[in-house]
Design a protein around this ligand. Sequence first.
Ligand code: CP
Ligand code: NVA
Length: 302
Amino acid sequence: MKKDFLCLSDWSKADLDQLFALTGDLKARQKRGEPHRLLEGKTLAMIFEKNSTRTRVSFEVGMHQLGGHALFLHSGTTQMGRGEPVRDTGRVMARYCDGIMIRTYSQQAVEELAKWSDAPVINGLTDLYHPCQLMADIFTVIEHKGGYRGLTFAWIGDGNNMANSWINAAAVLGFRLRIATPEGYRPDSDVVARAEQLGADLSFTSDPLEAADGADVLSTDVWASMGQEEEAEKRRRAFAGFQLDRRVLDAAAKDAIVLHCLPAHRGEEISDEVIESPQSVVFDEAENRLHAQKAIMATLMG
Ligand code: CP
Ligand code: NVA
């Protein structure tokens, strides 16, 4: 049966650990210049309803390195943009392509696409989740910390798609996650409830310093995500005091690392000093999108 990559909690810890191992293997092979054409002759369709730099480039380059081909489709230039139903699009695209990556607004639309497509579907970000980013983030933690077991992770800022994905990762992989958001900007309550049912070790606060206290990994993201541009000013006011700055970094463990999925708004959710500090690993994290997604594609489409 085909497998999709829509949400981290659809996958087991053993599956995700296997993906991390393959990510490391593919990264090493690429660095050694060793061919690894695991998807020779295969095609990935990439549908974008929102902007992207990293996701688009890393999937396209990843398919090329795996010996396959990627198609960039801006939804506005396809019949999807004129209202062709997702269930027809999914069935048609699967007749041409070996996989579909989609970045859009609604998680339900991605699930609907996966339901109707005979080819595996990969979630390249929705309003609810960003699972590919989490694979790169945790792989980066493994590289810098030797693993994720026993570590304390802190999320500072908006309870958005990245925060929801961190919650799923904590539930599946079993690490401690502290979340600091302003009241009214907490992560999705259904996501939290499901994670808690799975036994996730989560705690919530509206004090960034409390969340960061002794933490091994600090992470944040923009205060206004794609689609929330109109709320940006209101959000800037609501998130005052939630910047990942020197004060927050000093509250964490001495050797804590800092993650940010990028793009960053310096001076808002993160200070220039912190993102440029030696503890920031954001460019390793961005690079690891490539390696992590190659592992996902090779597993789903190979
Ligand atoms: N982090 C991330 O998904 O970046 P893009 O929006 O540039 O793809
Ligand atoms: N939360 C951000 C992530 C961008 C990669 C957004 O959805 O816009």
